[in-house]
Ligand binder design. Structure first.
Ligand code: ADP
Ligand code: ZN
Length: 634
């Protein structure tokens, strides 16, 4: 039998594992330029080649698309991919085309050119991957046409959209089950990153998956460094985080629209080119911002949660939560947008217990507007409480997240979270400071909120302070040198430790909690913490079990070369009208900068470089590498 790139693999005839191994390895190298599979990709591919239904749950960036793309190529048959987002569909098609894969998309706004091309590919039978928006699938003419094709499988991307328990329910997904009767015997493979068992069960039921292979990957993202730091000076802390990832993509999430505008303006004043994004902006403006971000013309977006769905720029190196999200599910999803290329990225949450109070107020209000279902409200508040527990406790973040989503976590030191990296230090005179704060709360009668207590502590003679005679209290001005933001955070810490109690509602007030008197009498030590000054851009190490995703940190003399390669990638992407990451992902550019291949053959051994991309871009990248070698940076 002839072995080689063009060899056809027919799952129905060839079943010996060694043949399959070889067919998969060949296709992986030929079409993708990869030399190994990631966890569960093989199992998912096997299910597809065996013609089985499957449910594949892998975290964002886990490599789900390869699981349905590769079987189409190995079998030389058509796989229909249902996907909810047109922009993503188009990027995937553009990427596959660059790899030499005959792929097309069908959706509402196809250009005439695209339509002609699709007809051509369909007519000569070479089409391997067809992306379809769910609402388009059910056009009678389209369905008839599809029935006349040899469809190997339906791959349902973002399958959680079918479940109303998921975070992104799309009613049009509900009809997908009808396809089971239209295409009897064609297997369905569902893909999602959503973790909860309830959603998983719902997908299996709704899609009528029959004895599916259920493959659930690890939810942990070892390449993400999670930090939860006390919010003490928001603008400075966000700016410092962006500085740690200079020239890289960053998303900063705020709770409210007007916060995004204020924070973006403050960052711009510091010379950071940040843009605000929220649902209140005109549609054209939002489209423009998304396009700029994808094309790497814009790097820092300060947004509400309205930003993110459909943004799959894979080189986001930083996700900041300037305020606490309302659940760990939301946190996991938003932080999941960092490091999709598998390279290290940072997720920073600036925590203040006041955010929880803000959320409680918002939840109460919107619950009342919706008719006041007490169960729904209780569920939301419970999720919020879990989030606050996560943020307020000094416990390994990777462990906490894994366990929250029902998976055991074996590492004792993740090396990639603020707790394991030991990034908080205790304040030297913390006990005395805590006593001053508690005593100010007592002296003002336990009837005021944090801001008033802070005004008293810092000795500000404003009207409210003077009118109450609080400028004559012994605690007036005892913390003159502490910035207000930091005092606010100390109050949060005392609330988290139960030494202070904050009431709910629009105007929360502070009162003493259990143990506060013991602290005031000196019978119990209170501890206050601050983040250490210098934080590293990356975690100390990453785990070995996903070594395929690991790359070494770029050294100082590799960095300029990496930047030059990135500029070349941006130029090429501009010429082709595709987002830069589909030309090459950052992982490939990093490897190029580190290994500096000099010949086409050497270039082909770099992960992410297949024959087709070699042919199209090889010369220009080799020239850039050579030019860099000539000027010499070492
Ligand atoms: P998901 O859809 O699960 O979020 P993707 O399919 O977008 O993830 O894959 C994330 C990144 O990982 C992409 O850049 C993809 O090319 C890369 N990738 C996938 N599988 C492999 C592999 N076996 N080896 C190297 N890179 C891979
Ligand atoms: Zn940890």
């Amino acid at each position: 039998m002839v072995r080689g790139a063009g060899r056809r693999y027919d799952a129905r005839v060839v079943t010996a594992p060694s043949d399959r191994d070889r067919a998969i390895a060949d296709a992986l190298q030929r079409w993708f330029g990869f030399d190994s599979l990631r966890p569960l990709q093989r199992e998912a591919i096997d299910a597809a080649l065996d013609g089985r239904d499957a449910l594949v749950v892998l975290p964002t960036g886990g490599g789900k698309s390869l699981c349905y793309q590769l079987p189409a190529l190995v079998q030389d048959r058509l796989v229909v991919v249902v996907s909810p987002l047109i922009a993503l569909m188009q990027d995937q098609v553009a990427g596959l085309r660059l790899q030499g894969v005959p792929a097309a998309a069908v959706h509402g706004n196809l250009s005439a050119d695209a339509r002609a091309e699709l007809r051509q590919l369909a007519a000569d039978g070479s089409l391997r991957l067809l992306f379809v928006a769910p609402e388009r699938l059910f056009h009678a003419e389209f369905l008839r046409w599809l029935q006349s094709r040899d469809v190997a499988a339906f791959a349902i991307d973002e399958a959680h959209c079918i479940s109303q328990w998921g975070h992104d329910f799309r009613p049009e997904y509900r009809r997908l089950a009808e396809l089971r009767d239209t295409f009897p015997g064609v297997p369905f493979q569902a893909y999602t990153a959503t973790a909860t068992p309830r959603v998983r069960d719902d997908i299996v039921a709704q899609l009528r998956l029959a004895a599916p292979a259920v493959l659930v990957g690890p939810f942990d993202r070892p390449e993400l460094c999670y930090r939860v730091l006390p919010r003490q000076d928001q603008v400075a802390q966000v700016a410092a985080a962006i500085e740690r990832h200079r020239d890289a993509a960053a998303i900063v999430y705020c709770i409210a629209r007007k916060e995004t505008e204020a924070l973006a303006a403050a960052l711009r004043q510091r010379g950071i080119g940040a843009e605000p994004y929220h649902a209140g902006l005109p549609a054209e403006k939002r489209t423009q911002l998304s396009a700029d971000f994808r094309a790497e013309r814009l790097h820092v977006v300060v947004a509400t949660v309205a930003f993110g769905m459909g943004i799959d720029r894979s080189d986001v190196r930083l996700v900041v939560h300037a305020g606490m999200p309302k659940s760990l599910e939301a946190y996991q999803q938003e932080t999941g947008r960092a490091g999709r290329d598998g390279l290290p990225a940072e997720c920073l949450l600036l925590y203040s217990a006041a955010d929880a109070a803000k959320w409680r107020t918002l939840m109460l209000r919107s619950n009342q507007e919706l008719g006041g279902d007490p169960e729904a409200l209780a569920a939301q508040l419970a999720l919020l409480q879990q989030m606050q527990r996560f943020a307020g406790r000094a416990r390994c973040r990777h462990r906490s997240i894994s366990e929250y989503f029902g998976q055991a976590y074996d590492e004792t030191d993740c090396g990639a979270c603020d707790v394991c990296l030991d990034e908080l230090e205790t304040v030297a005179d913390g006990h005395v400071l805590a006593q001053k704060i508690l005593s100010a709360v007592v002296r003002t009668g336990q009837r005021f909120g944090g801001n008033h207590v802070i005004d008293v502590l810092r000795g500000s003679k404003n009207d409210k302070v003077v009118a109450r005679g609080h400028d004559r209290l012994p605690t007036f001005g005892v913390c003159r040198d502490e910035p207000a933001g930091r005092l606010g955070n100390y109050i949060d810490q005392l609330v988290d430790d139960g030494l202070l109690v904050r009431s709910d509602g629009e105007y929360p007030t502070l009162a003493l909690g259990d143990g506060a008197m013991a602290v005031l009498r000196g019978e119990r030590q209170a501890v206050l913490r601050v983040p250490k000054q210098a934080l590293a851009a990356r975690g100390r190490r990453r785990r070995g079990d996903r070594s395929a995703r690991d790359a070494h940190e770029l050294s100082a003399d590799e960095r300029p070369l990496f930047d030059a390669l990135r500029a070349l990638r941006r130029t090429i992407a501009g010429e082709l009208g595709v987002p830069p990451y589909v030309v090459f992902p950052d992982t490939t550019l990093e490897e190029l900068a580190q290994r500096r291949p000099r010949t086409p053959a050497e270039l082909l051994t770099v992960r992410g470089v297949g024959p087709k991309k070699l042919e199209q871009f090889g010369e220009r990248f080799l020239a850039a590498l050579a030019a860099h070698g000539a000027t010499g940076t070492a």
